[in-house]
Design a protein around this ligand. Structure first.
Ligand SMILES: Cc1cc2nc3c(=O)[nH]c(=O)nc-3n(C[C@H](O)[C@H](O)[C@H](O)COP(=O)(O)OP(=O)(O)OC[C@H]3O[C@@H](n4cnc5c(N)ncnc54)[C@H](O)[C@@H]3O)c2cc1C
Length: 467
């Protein structure tokens, strides 16, 4: 029989892996995290996140029915009800657990979905600011607690394979420097993030031109967990959707223009057009949806956000880090013209095409026939505005890829599933490596941090319950 050195082996030291390990150790299990990054403050999306703990833009301590309704609505019914209920039923206690572990929270007054923001709260900087801020400090706290409970986190340890015996996962093989080391355990939690930084996978599932997307992340999600789980017989779901935002095209080479400002609000009120001046998707679905539409263009670097003065002064100032006027002050291109035709010339967009698109948009809005546009335009999530107040503006756009939404299929206990619905004994997954909760045709977003935290906790608790 294989010697079992650990109760739980966690692959990756983001919120998914570290929450699982810290909770397991708290429940008296022996737990280890194997983390590929070798720095003391190794990079991961969890560490650089804005720290807003929400469930589909709702306070995580809201009633479970409210949270379940929000996730179902935002994914247009795509999300697996079992996962929806797991999140809805555990979100409140998950943030309270994280708080009890010593993570600080602040309440931002702007909206209920920002009632639980990891403290210190990220300042409104456009560049990637993270050191000493809430999400980073929360990870440090979990690691400290893990160690105090006799658990460990090994840096510089890239997990490359699962050890499968008789269909059960009994450990992993990891690369440490030039060596390969085996770790045996009763259970393994995959928490290695998505596949956003794996160019081959991004090219296969998300976009015909992966290098033409802005990596709005820290490039640690290589899809290892998805590959390993699939080799062990796991089912995968919805690899085509990702979480991200519409950014200035200058973000491709200007680090002051990502992760913020997002051009989402401008595009959702105005238009997102290609070089023919034609719309590429339903702007009313919002920025995450539109970012996926940008990615699916033959040339994702060919779209522009078009709007007018009223949108620039209204939705343009609405976000926490609004494009008006962080876009221009940070070096982002913004064209301004007295007419749509003149703006088209500056954007190098077909002028007749753009004029027709604006005319049709304004007419459909006035007559209440937005659904008859091609593509149709919805108005329930984001309100469209007419483009009739000069000057008119255009911002060359790009798609910012934050993390992939699809991945390994799991059940409500975070156990990895085969296509026939049976579980792979000993194998769990949590966070951005998993699929089934987010994405779908509406590209619905549930909240990356909560998804990682909740399923990390559920995995640890299930392993503890099967001792
Ligand atoms: C700029 C930015 C802002 C964000 N803001 C928010 C926010 O405010 N609210 C929110 O809900 N979400 C936010 N997110 C999303 C959120 O950060 C992620 O969804 C979440 O942190 C994912 O956690 P995770 O533990 O699954 O993965 P990650 O945090 O990506 O951690 C995975 C870890 O696994 C390691 N790893 C990878 N491969 C291996 C391997 N083979 N072996 C061992 N280790 C491996 C990686 O190095 C990494 O440390 C933001 C993301 C970004 C980039």
């Amino acid at each position: 029989m294989t010697p079992r050195e650990y109760d739980l082996i966690c692959v990756g030291g983001g919120y998914a892996g570290l929450a699982a390990a810290a909770r397991a150790a708290q429940l008296g299990l022996s737990a280890i995290v194997l983390e590929r990054g070798s720095d003391e403050l190794y990079a991961c999306n969890s560490r650089v996140a804005g720290g807003v703990m929400h469930v589909s833009y709702n306070d995580p301590t809201s009633a479970p029915e409210v949270l379940a309704g929000a996730m179902t609505e935002i994914t247009a019914g795509y999300a697996d009800p079992a996962l929806v209920n797991a999140v809805a039923d555990n979100a409140g206690r998950a943030v309270q657990w994280l708080q009890s572990e010593g993570a600080g929270f602040d309440r931002m007054t702007t909206a209920g979905w920002r009632n639980w923001v990891l403290a210190p709260v990220r300042p409104p900087a456009t560049h990637l600011a993270w050191q000493g801020l809430g999400a980073d400090m929360g990870l440090r706290t979990l690691e400290k607690n893990l160690r105090e409970r006799s658990g460990s986190l090994l840096r510089g340890s890239q997990v490359i394979d699962l050890i499968i015996e008789n269909g059960c996962c009994v450990g992993v093989r990891a690369r440490q420097d030039e060596r390969e080391v085996a770790f045996h355990g009763r259970a393994v939690v995959l928490g290695d993030g998505g596949f956003q930084a794996n160019e081959e996978m991004a090219g296969k599932y998300l976009t015909p031109a992966p290098r033409s997307l802005k990596q709005r992340n820290v490039r640690t999600g290589m899809g290892d967990g998805i590959r390993m789980a699939q080799a062990a017989g796991a089912a995968l779901s919805n690899l085509e959707a990702f979480y991200g935002h519409v950014l200035s095209r200058d973000a491709m080479h200007n680090d002051n223009l990502w992760p913020y400002p997002q051009l989402d609000e401008l595009a959702a009120a105005g238009l997102l057009v290609n070089q023919q001046g034609q719309r590429i998707g339903d702007e009313g679905m919002g920025g995450v949806y539109l970012t996926n539409a940008i990615a699916r263009q033959a040339d994702p670097l060919s779209t522009s956000v078009v709007f007018d003065e009223a949108i620039w002064q209204g939705p343009g100032r609405a976000a926490g880090i609004p494009p008006n006027n962080t876009l221009v002050t940070n070096g982002g291109t913004l064209f301004k013209a007295g007419s749509i035709a003149a703006l088209a010339g500056m954007l190098r967009v077909n002028a007749a095409g753009l004029e027709a698109t604006v005319r049709e948009h304004n007419a459909a809005l006035a007559s209440g026939k937005l659904d008859q546009l091609k593509p149709g335009r919805s108005a329930t999530r984001r309100k469209p505005m007419a483009l009739n107040t000069a000057p008119f503006y255009g911002a060359p756009a790009c798609g910012g890829l934050t993390y992939t939404m699809g991945g390994v299929c799991i059940n409500a206990q975070a156990q990895v599933l085969r296509a026939d619905g049976t579980t792979i004994s000993g194998l769990y997954a949590a966070g951005a490596v998993t699929g089934g909760l987010e994405g779908g045709p509406a590209v619905g977003y549930a909240g990356g941090l909560m998804k990682a935290l909740i399923f990390g906790l559920l995995a640890a608790e299930h392993v503890a319950g099967t001792r």
